[in-house]
Write a protein that binds this ligand. Structure first.
Ligand code: SF4
Ligand code: SF4
Length: 439
């Protein structure tokens, strides 16, 4: 059995577009959305639409696991984090930690299924609160239960503040790919990413990242795009690249209060579009082979391979399962809510979870997009956007994405250049095609 990384395809390494890529959740550690503002509306809609759920699931289609071993527990209190409040679902204890019994059942059960790659994504809250011994146990169990010839990948999303050399050595040894949340230089990052005592966290994050660098652990940077940096794409990009961080992912901060008013740290669709355009204009002239931007790599993968490497670009949300610390199973990180619980790893088989009508109804909502999307020239890439951006404040999933205006601007601005880059990669893969066509 092989433990390997789950690095997504990268323009900077075009040959990787041929390699195995995993359908993976598109967002990093800093995510936003309050259950109160969306859950009831979504469930209501799912009930009504049940008879329209026409896509039947193939039993045991490949899936990955997004695991929250410490639930929503975290040593930081980022203003925009949507997951912190999930502790109310597990209010019987204040401290949430996955037991060894759950971990064993989870790893053994998953490794008994047939998957091209067994993908474990460790997330939170802050998963490193579990401590190094937990992750030693993870890899021990994976090695013990993995069948000959099988391939396992581990990803871990973290605020990086608790990572020391010992932990970094383990992550490097077992090829974990870490996603470290860093919103830019200190004056940007520290605006919303604060400790429990309201202290800045930037210096601690950098200490953790330096430990990863010292020990050759693989990591990329997750940037939450909020009001602290949405007008500073160039500053953030240059800051990261000057530090030698060449793998980025940018995540839009979309959040509303209980009255449906946009939160002060959240961004508008137009702002998101302007940010992405500026980023693209900095990156595309000279950095396409040097800097990997996940947001752009996924577009290239769709154009070159016709493959959606993130769930937002697919037309069905049944891509992975979220596993909470107590073994409870949910369909999506943004929809960990009691009415969407699919079972528990202790008493629910993966087949049963996949075949669940709740899961089916959840999955097919992705393609029940707004009528405007049907005639949109960008539907092939956008796929109506994530349900989270459509269903906020109890809206129906047919609601147009909150980010639509910006997405349109971005696709209009960048599509010709993306098509050009895609053609270059096709020709690099098959240089004889020019001769074949007489070109
Ligand atoms: S709602 Fe669908 S597209 Fe959005 S994050 Fe969840 S699985 Fe992905
Ligand atoms: S850009 Fe807007 S209209 Fe077009 S597919 Fe995306 S959400 Fe729909």
């Amino acid at each position: 059995m092989r433990l390997h990384d789950s690095t997504a395809s990268s323009l900077s390494q075009p040959e990787k577009l041929d390699s195995e890529v995993t359908h993976i959740h598109p967002y990093g550690c800093g995510r936003i959305l309050r259950e109160d503002s969306r859950g009831a509306g979504l469930r209501r809609w799912m009930g009504r639409r049940r008879s329209f759920a026409h896509v039947e699931i193939d039993l045991m289609r490949p899936f990955m696991l997004l695991i929250k071993p410490a639930s929503a527990d975290c040593n930081l209190r980022c203003d925009y984090c949507f997951y912190l409040e999930k502790c109310h679902l597990f209010s019987e204890t204040k401290r949430h930690r996955m037991t060894d019994a759950i971990l064993q059942r989870l790893i053994r059960g998953y490794l008994l299924t047939d998957q091209p790659v067994y993908s474990f994504a460790w997330q939170g809250g802050e998963p490193t609160l579990m401590g190094l011994d937990f992750f030693r146990r993870v890899t021990e169990l994976q090695m013990r239960h993995g069948r000959d010839g099988s391939s396992v990948s581990n990803g871990l999303q973290t605020n990086a503040t608790l990572i020391d050399d010992e932990m970094a050595v383990h992550f490097a040894q077992y090829s974990f790919l870490l996603g470290c949340s860093l919103d830019g230089p200190g004056e940007i990052h520290d605006k919303y990413r604060r400790s429990i005592n309201d202290k800045p966290s930037h210096a601690d994050v950098m200490r953790g990242i330096e430990a990863l660098q010292r020990n050759n652990a693989d990591f990329n940077i997750l940037v939450l795009v909020s009001q602290s940096n949405v007008r500073r794409a160039r500053t953030v990009y240059r800051y990261l690249t000057d530090l030698g961080f060449l793998h980025h992912q940018y995540i839009p901060c979309v959040e509303f209060d209980e009255q449906g008013k946009r939160q002060p740290f959240a961004i508008t669709g137009r702002e998101w579009g302007e940010f992405l355009c500026e980023l693209f204009d900095i990156w595309s002239p000279s950095d396409t082979r040097v800097v990997s931007i996940r947001n752009f790599d996924t577009i290239m993968s769709k154009l070159v391979n016709q493959e959606a490497t993130v769930c937002t670009m697919g037309c069905d949300c049944r891509q992975y399962f979220v596993i909470e610390h107590n073994g409870d199973i949910y369909p999506c990180d943004f929809f960990v809510q009691s009415d969407l619980k699919l079972g528990n790893v202790l008493d629910t088989s993966w087949e049963k979870a996949q075949a669940s009508p709740v899961y089916r109804d959840f999955g097919v909502m992705k393609s029940q997009w707004n009528r405007a999307c049907e005639i949109c020239p960008h539907l092939d890439l956008c796929q109506g956007d994530c349900i989270k951006h459509r269903n906020y404040m109890g809206n129906e999933p047919t609601n147009i994405s909150w980010l639509c205006e910006g997405l349109k601007t971005f696709f209009q601005h960048t599509r010709p250049r993306f098509d050009e880059l895609a053609e270059i990669i096709r020709q690099e893969r098959n240089p004889w095609s020019i001769l074949d066509t007489g070109g």
